[in-house]
Design a protein. Structure first.
Length: 117
């Protein structure tokens, strides 16, 4: 996933969150996904941590793909530096950078496999 960091290394819209701060909550509209440049993010469903996403990974991508409300909470486990990516940027990246689309699909497939295990 380090390629995602490379794609967003010059981002100027970095968000810094402290441990315990919520990135998004279940049911909220999904207006951004986030690329994790530093730190760890817990993905929580029904009060249970289902994954701890780390540097180079993404969170919140599902809502940009299907325009549905958030299906999980995301909370900074540690101090985090995140790059928000809105739907317009996301669609541009998918169209212009096939490797980006493959990496997003890889993350989603990996999460689905973990959930099915």
């Amino acid at each position: 996933m380090s390629n995602l960091i490379g794609l967003f290394r010059h981002a100027s819209n970095i968000v810094t969150l402290e441990s315990g701060e919520k990135i998004f909550e279940t049911g909220q509209p999904g207006d951004n996904m986030y690329v994790i440049q530093e730190g760890e993010v817990e993905i929580i469903v029904h009060g249970k941590v289902i994954e701890t996403a780390t540097v180079g990974s993404i969170v919140g991508e599902m809502a940009l793909i299907d325009d549905s409300p958030r299906s999980a909470d995301a909370v900074a486990k540690t101090t985090c530096r995140l790059v928000p990516v809105n739907q317009k940027q996301f669609l541009f990246m998918v169209g212009e950078t096939p490797n980006f689309a493959l990496q997003v699909m890889h993350v989603m497939a990996e999460r689905l496999r973990k959930n099915n295990a």
